[in-house]
Design a protein around this ligand. Structure first.
Ligand code: CMP
Length: 138
């Protein structure tokens, strides 16, 4: 489904009290929130979610961080959703992200970069299914 993507408000942004501001950006940009919940991933759940990055040198740091506190996981709907959400997030490294993007405003480092988004339609389907059942989709 090329109109859906998986978004996460990461533990750094939740800790800093930015859930509301980030959700407002998402709504203002015209996304339809189809599902949403606050969760705290175990280390194992974070490792499963980021399994494609298992061989990367930052895998341990990434999964420790993503299981360090609650995050908001959500299914976002919009035409060309994967690209539209990546555009709103900005570059992975907040220092390189464009003005007006969520990572530019709320991110603090390449690891603690406030939000996650699926990188392809194929991964969006996998990532949505990792967190949400059919019954949780509005
Ligand atoms: P995300 O979109 O959640 O998917 C993979 C994540 O790995 C990415 O965002 C970054 O936050 C994280 N990441 C990428 N490079 C590094 C790095 N060098 N150190 C720590 N985390 C990283």
């Amino acid at each position: 489904a090329n109109n859906l993507t998986l978004g996460i408000i990461k533990p750094d942004a939740v800790r800093q009290g930015k859930i509301g501001l980030i959700l407002q950006r998402i709504i203002d940009r015209g996304f339809n929130i189809r599902a949403m919940k606050l969760i705290r991933m175990t280390r194992e759940e974070a490792e499963g979610f980021y399994a494609v990055h298992r061989e990367r040198p930052f895998f341990g740091e990434l999964t420790a961080f993503m299981s360090s506190g609650p995050c908001v996981v959500m299914v976002l709907e919009k035409e060309d959703a994967v690209r539209a959400w990546r555009d709103l997030m900005g570059a992975t490294d907040p220092a390189k992200a464009a003005e007006g993007t969520i990572r530019k405003e709320f991110g603090s480092s390449v690891g603690e970069n406030a939000v996650h988004g699926s990188d392809s339609d194929e991964n969006a389907a996998i990532e949505i299914a990792y967190f949400f059942s059919r019954l949780e989709m509005v």
